[in-house]
Design a protein around this ligand. Structure first.
Ligand SMILES: [Zn+2]
Length: 461
């Protein structure tokens, strides 16, 4: 018989209380030691990092404090990693270590913004990532004997594999939803009664919608906790509430990227995420690459201590987050990001001098009566200035004669709360395309210099 993995006692609210509640001063000492070792490692082994640091005139031994790290060490972003891989594909000058005596798994990013980045994970990296998922699951009450439903195909989406390995680490059963259609998945959920679900926010809603069409209600299903990742939603109140109501379960966000590993976990205080400080140093920087003050919004710049095959050091995620440096009600000392990922630096819109985050607009849309969760945002440039248009489908019960009134009240709410005038078009239910896995809701026409296409206003497709 295979022995059950060791886990904390069931009553413990922490997976690792020592690490999760470490005082800030001790955490900072931990970060400095890990960063110094990591810089030395990357400088000696990865041609990309060695060239970058030589050009910047910084050597690993020059970093004697966290302030040195912030001020002296240059940032990298995905374009740098892709360029380093292109030198000698598949891994090129980015690679620091590839140990033939260790099992590797090979992933790549989805390539939604261009060429995919190749991301090999060795066994150590995968097991550490699985531990991050275990920390997150344990925090919200998942215990041995629970069962996990993975509503994904077993493909290149690395977060799914982290969850899969985390289940073994925690003594949790796995029900695979790979390679079957949505209707079969709904049947599996009814038959196997999983207690937790991993899905994208769009797919969690899609499953519930298809079940409803079949005359079934998932709000009384066995699922108690839902972890969503792959796109924003888990920390946006309106989207989270829609998923929670459809499933009768709590929703938490799981934040990460293939190249960085896990970055953040949903807290028991919903709507915020902790960064995994045991293995990650998170900086939140302004546009001049200086750390923002507590409670301010900036770009999340991540340094991972576990990604050793292809190191990730001061990696610009382009995610906008509101950082709090500690003091969470859940007892964890780790930094938290209020509201999760608020938007992307490359998606930021400036309308008449006011910065507007698409995720903030999405959150406000959820408060407008008479509209559904199906919407699109279009941004384009008019005489050098950003313009934003919101299209949202009416809810099924909204009479067509009320569309104009709903548009006016939506515009008023956005003007009042986002402090800018944003035109809103209310469309007939079914007018916008449907997506199964990840919804496409943000259309940036600034890159092509075009205007948004005409809408199917009031037309049922
Ligand atoms: Zn917390």
């Amino acid at each position: 018989m295979t022995p059950r993995p060791s886990t904390p006692p069931r009553y413990s609210q922490y997976w690792n209380e020592y690490l999760e509640t470490m005082p800030r001063e001790v955490l900072d000492q931990h970060h400095l030691r890990r960063i110094q070792a990591l810089l030395r490692y990357a400088y000696d082994r990865s041609p990309m990092y060695r060239k970058l640091y030589d050009r910047a005139g910084v050597r690993p031994e020059d970093v004697r404090s966290l302030r040195d790290f912030v001020e002296k060490v240059p940032c990298v972003d995905k374009a740098d990693l892709l360029a380093a891989q292109a030198v000698n594909p598949p891994y090129g000058e980015l690679l620091a270590d590839f140990q033939d005596d260790m099992t590797h798994q090979f992933y790549m990013t989805s390539g939604s913004t261009g060429v995919p980045l190749q991301v090999p994970y060795n066994h150590f990296e995968m097991m550490k990532s699985a531990e991050h998922v275990a920390i997150m699951c344990w925090a919200v009450g998942v215990r041995p004997g629970d069962s996990m439903y993975l509503a994904f195909n077993f493909g290149i989406f690395v977060a799914m594999w982290m969850a899969y390995h985390a289940a073994f680490r925690m003594g949790v059963h796995v029900v695979s939803g790979g390679g079957v259609d949505t209707k079969t998945r709904i049947k599996q959920i009814k038959d196997f009664k999983p207690t937790l679900l991993f899905a994208t926010p769009t797919y969690a809603l899609h499953l519930a919608e298809v079940a409803r069409e079949q005359g079934e209600d998932l709000s009384s299903s066995s699922v108690k906790n839902i972890f969503v990742s792959g796109e924003p939603g888990g920390s946006i109140p309106s989207t989270r509430t829609a998923i929670e109501n459809a499933w009768g379960a709590k929703v938490y966000e799981y934040y990460g990227a293939s190249e960085t590993g896990a970055l953040g976990q949903g807290c028991t205080v919903q709507g915020r995420m902790h960064t995994f400080e045991q293995d990650l140093y998170s900086l939140v920087l302004d546009d001049r690459e200086r750390p923002v003050a507590d409670g301010q919004v900036g770009e999340h710049v991540a340094t991972s201590y576990i990604m050793l095959t292809q190191p990730v050091i001061k990696y610009k995620t382009h995610d906008l987050v509101e950082v709090h440096y500690g003091g969470c009600e859940c007892g964890r000392s780790w930094k938290y990001l209020q509201g999760g990922v608020l938007g992307r630096t490359d998606n930021m819109i400036t309308i008449k001098g006011v910065n507007v985050f698409p995720a903030a607009v999405e959150a406000l849309l959820g408060e407008i009566r008479g509209t559904s969760e199906h919407f699109e945002m279009h941004v384009w440039r008019e005489k050098g200035l950003d313009e934003l248009l919101v299209r949202v489908e009416a809810s099924l019960d909204l009479d067509r004669s009320c569309y104009g009134e709903t548009e006016a009240s939506a515009q008023e709410l956005l003007r009042h709360r986002a402090r800018v005038r944003i035109p809103v078009e209310v469309l007939h239910p079914g007018a916008l395309p449907r997506y199964e896995l990840k919804a496409r809701r943000f259309f940036d026409h600034r890159k092509t210099g075009t205007r948004p296409p005409r809408s199917q206003k009031g037309v049922s497709l």
